[in-house]
Design a protein around this ligand. Structure first.
Ligand SMILES: [Zn+2]
Length: 329
């Protein structure tokens, strides 16, 4: 159960520029999914800086946000702490077991756990202003638009998401093509007409999702698990860039100098029934990638990350950080 340590340097973030190590995390019985997510959170200074401001009350000490803060702090320090995440894992299981069917020793879905951690943080943090700031780091605002084909009236329903769920087609996909199909106008299936307030009767409609605003940390969920009676994993190819042009989201940036930079990839290995999660992370664009597989951590390259485009070892969640040209130099 040796911890593996790799030396790394960070000059970019003032507060957290002394991250000397990426530390591995022991696996306590199928906790690889939580371990991989913790690695991604530990490479998210936008979250760490807010948790740094968090001073919980006495009755919050056994809650998820406090345990998350402690874990992430311990992960970034040069301390041979035996298992900084053990408490967090126990706490997460304790608080989500009834609501999420999040039992130990069954395979978890990384996107569900990602949501569970953020939702419990929102719910359990007494400082609601701070909780709101944390929510905003990840919040993707979308709008569902249902248009009546007869009169053109559009019914808009706002919604917010922590990850952008993108469907995958058989064959070759690019991240851009997945985003396009996410926002594509789709006719509702026949027999599935919607009531139009203006026509005052059921009419054929089209259905479209609009991206209203994108957050500073964008989590993209490649929907590789599909349920056709049985859950199956799609190993089809999805390419994604290290630097993502905001143009693919159809003018979602007011600032032409803004772009997204990839800093985390949660990887799923294996099938829908027996799998394993690992993570690629890096703190800033000019730094090396690291590959964390539970307690083992090694340096990696962008080429290694690209190996997860398809096959049995595939990218499942992508984490992009918003940057601007002036700040990236
Ligand atoms: Zn109508």
């Amino acid at each position: 159960m040796g911890q593996f340590w790799i030396k790394m340097y960070s000059y970019y973030y003032s507060r957290f520029n002394h991250r000397d190590y990426v530390r591995g995390l022991n696996n306590y019985g199928l906790t690889c999914c939580i371990n991989a997510l913790l690695q991604s959170f530990s490479a998210t200074p936008e979250l760490l800086e807010l948790l740094e401001k968090y001073h919980p009350a006495e009755n919050e000490r056994n809650k998820v946000p406090m345990k998350l803060k402690n874990t992430l702090c311990a992960m970034r320090k040069d301390q041979k702490h035996h298992s900084p995440h053990r408490d967090f894992i126990d706490c997460l299981h304790h608080h989500s077991i009834h609501r999420m069917h999040l039992t130990r020793f069954i395979q978890h879905d990384a996107d569900e756990i990602f949501h569970s951690i953020l939702n419990l943080t929102q719910k359990q943090m007494i400082d609601k202003d701070l909780a709101e700031e944390i929510r905003k780091v990840y919040e993707i605002k979308v709008e569902t638009q249902v248009m009546c084909k007869e009169c053109g009236h559009i019914e808009k329903t706002p919604n917010s998401l922590y990850s952008l769920p993108l469907a995958i087609r058989e064959g070759d996909n690019t991240l851009e093509s997945c985003v396009q199909s996410f926002t594509q106008q789709e006719p509702l299936r026949s027999g599935n007409e919607c009531y139009c307030d203006w026509c005052m009767k059921k009419q054929p409609t089209t259905h479209q999702l609009k991206l209203v605003s994108l957050p500073s940390v964008l989590c993209i969920h490649l929907k590789r698990f599909r349920n056709y009676g049985n859950t199956r994993k799609l190993n089809d190819r999805v390419t994604f860039p290290e630097t993502l042009n905001m143009n693919i989201f159809n003018g979602q940036s007011e600032n032409a100098k803004e772009f997204y930079s990839l800093y985390g990839v949660i990887v799923h290995l294996g099938s829908a029934f027996s799998g394993h999660y690992t993570a690629f992370i890096r703190d800033t664009p000019d730094q090396n990638w690291f590959y964390a597989d539970d307690s083992s951590v090694r340096q990696a390259t962008w080429k290694d990350v690209q190996e997860t485009y398809e096959g049995r070892m595939t990218a499942y969640l992508l984490l992009y950080r918003k940057m601007s040209e002036s700040a990236s130099g």
